[in-house]
Write a protein that binds this ligand. Structure first.
Ligand code: HEC
Ligand code: HEC
Length: 244
C-alpha cells in the first residue's frame, strides 16, 4: 500500500511539475520569489502564418512591498513591439504586457527575448517562441519584399552602407541571422567555406528568399563589389570553428 501511495505521489508530483511549467503561478518554496517577474518565462505560440502577427500576452508581477514603475522594456528586434497595460504596478499586483511580432519575411523557428527593468533596478526577462509557416496568399500581394524594404531597411540595409572593415560589416549586416561567431543561428553557419567565388556569388545574388536577398547594389542591396570581396575574403579566412 505504501508503495502504491508513493508511486501515486510521484505521478502527482510529475503532473504538478508539468502544470507549473505551463502556468507558473507558484514558485518552489526554496527559491525566493523574484521581485520583478514576467510570466510565463517561456511562451510557446506554435505555428503562425507569415505576415500574420504573432501576439502574446505576458504578466509582469511586482512582488515588492512597494509600488514600482517600469522604466525600460526591451525587445531584441525592431520587428517586435511590447506594450504594458500600465507602467506603474502596485505591490503584489501585476500588469499585462502585450507583445506583437511582425512576421513578414520570417521563416521557421523564431525566439524573441523580452526584458523589463523597474524603478528599483530589478530586471526580468521572458522568451517568446513560435514557428513561422508559409502563407500562400502573401506572395500574391507582398508590399515588403524582404529585409531591405520599407521600415526593415533602417536596421538591415542602412548600417552596411559605406562600412569598410569586413568584420564590422559582418557584425552589422550578417551576425543577427548567421550568429555572432558565424557559427549559424537563425541562418546557416558561414565558416568553412572553401570557395571565395561561390561566397561572393551568394552574397551578391542571395538565395532567392526574402530573408537572404542579393546584397549587391546591382541587386538592390547596400554593398559595393569591393565590400562583397572583402567580406568574402574575411569569411573564407575564418577557421572552421570559432575558438572559444
Ligand atoms: C530596429 C532594427 C530592426 C528593424 C527595423 C528590423 N529588424 Fe530584423 N532584426 C533586427 C535584429 C537586431 C535582429 C536579430 C534578432 C533579434 O535580436 O531579435 C533581426 C533579425 C531578423 C531576422 C532573423 C529572424 C529573427 O527574427 O531573429 C529576420 C528574418 C529579420 N530580422 C527580418 C526583418 C524584416 C523583414 C524587417 C522589416 C519588416 C525587419 N527585420 C526589421 C533588427 C531589426
Ligand atoms: C535576415 C537574416 C539574414 C541576414 C541579415 C543575412 N542572411 Fe545569409 N542567409 C539567411 C538565410 C535564412 C539563409 C538560408 C536560406 C535557405 O537556404 O533557406 C542564408 C543563406 C546564406 C548563405 C548560403 C549558406 C548555405 O549554407 O547555403 C550565405 C553564404 C549567406 N547567407 C551569407 C550572408 C552574408 C555574408 C550576410 C551579411 C552580408 C548575410 N548572409 C545576411 C538569412 C540572412
Amino acid at each position: 500500500m505504501a508503495k502504491i501511495l508513493a508511486a501515486l505521489c510521484v505521478v502527482a508530483c510529475v503532473l504538478l511539475a508539468c502544470a507549473e511549467q505551463k502556468v507558473p503561478t507558484q514558485v518552489q518554496a526554496n527559491k525566493p520569489l523574484p521581485l520583478l517577474h514576467i510570466q510565463p518565462e517561456v511562451y510557446q505560440l506554435g505555428d503562425i502564418k507569415e505576415g500574420e502577427p504573432a501576439i502574446a500576452t505576458f504578466l509582469i508581477r511586482n512582488n515588492h512591498s512597494k509600488p514600482i514603475e517600469l522604466v525600460d522594456i526591451q525587445t531584441s528586434c525592431g520587428c517586435t513591439a511590447a506594450k504594458p497595460e500600465s507602467f506603474v504596478i502596485m505591490p503584489h499586483d501585476f500588469t499585462q504586457l502585450q507583445v506583437t511580432v511582425d512576421t513578414i519575411a520570417k521563416q521557421s523557428n523564431i525566439r524573441k527575448t523580452i526584458s523589463v527593468k523597474d524603478s528599483l533596478g530589478n530586471e526580468a526577462s521572458a522568451l517568446l517562441i513560435f514557428n513561422v509557416v508559409e502563407n500562400p496568399h502573401l506572395s500574391l500581394n507582398r508590399k515588403i519584399k524582404g529585409i531591405f524594404d520599407g521600415k526593415c531597411a533602417s536596421c538591415h540595409f542602412k548600417p552596411l552602407v559605406g562600412v569598410k572593415e569586413p568584420s564590422k560589416l559582418y557584425e552589422v549586416g550578417c551576425a543577427m541571422c548567421h550568429g555572432v561567431d558565424a557559427e549559424g543561428g537563425y541562418a546557416p553557419k558561414l565558416r568553412g567555406y572553401a570557395s571565395l567565388s561561390a561566397l561572393r556569388t551568394i552574397i551578391s545574388n542571395g538565395v532567392g528568399k526574402p530573408q537572404m536577398p542579393g546584397f549587391s547594389q546591382k541587386n538592390g542591396g547596400p554593398l559595393t563589389p569591393e565590400q562583397i570581396t572583402e567580406l568574402s575574403k574575411w569569411l573564407v579566412s575564418l577557421p572552421e570553428s570559432a575558438q572559444k
